[in-house]
Design a protein around this ligand. Sequence first.
Ligand code: NCD
Length: 312
Amino acid sequence: MNNMGLKSKDMISAADLTKAEVDSILKEADVMLSHIKRKKPLDMLKGRILATLFFEPSTRTRMSFESAMHRLGGSIIGFSGTEGTSVTKGETLRDTLRNVENYADAIAMRNPIEGSARLAADTVRIPVINGGDGSNQHPTQALLDLFTIKVEKGLKGTKVALCGDLKYGRTVHSLIYLLCMYGMDVRLVSPKTLRMPKHVLDDIKERYSYAPVEEESLDGVVGWADVLYVTRIQRERFPDQNEYERVAGSYFVDNETLKKAKKGMVILHPLPRVDEIRPEVDCTSCAKYFEQSFYGIAVRMALLKMLIGGNG
Ligand code: NCD
């Protein structure tokens, strides 16, 4: 498949992607990675504009999209937080989007409402990239997670444990599709109250005839996993803060955990972390979460080039 396959498309859910599309994104990301490493200035998206509309906090997603766009020779407009925009005057999301589409060639948006990215894609003609819609989906994070797994461990027969807040964490709701798409062995580790939603597991079963094993303790997977994908408990999504307090700190990875780990195991995390990976782990060879965030630039460059298309 060539770049034309994704041109002008939206990126709303990992479940929308075909394996051929994901393969082509990974391949393009490889090319972008070599450009980044050679510090090669590019002009593929010269004259093109990306609007980053971040209604929710973000460090990596927004900045790596911006960095990616700049590295491709394009430019950026947008906002981070709605203060200073007409949203504070009561403007609807649809109206905001209808204006932004006049100003940009594509939109990367993060919004707390599940389904808002799909609504955005239905509203505007330019490509919409979902940078996270509530607890629902975060497809570009899943792509960079997959790319990191490919670089660090390879994709074939890799065993991946997804750990932490599988209920509210949108990154795992996206990543599970890509892992199953590549036939990886997946285990799910979470407190009972934070299990992967049934609708996701049902969809995975239907698409891939696969039902990941679910467990409650890290002990069961550290000796098994090639990749330990750790997530933050999503405090901001809990309707009841007492419920958050009950599960906060219920699991963590430290050097003690690593003693039981399979040889060569790597730890990934979409970041930010709170206390679920202790800082002492950072200087071990298992820690790959900062590399993961670095690969995010290559993956987002690949996506922007493929979705916006360019003169390169
Ligand atoms: C994640 C998110 O926003 O869903 N962060 C990210 O994009 N790297 C994970 C999180 O906030 O816990």
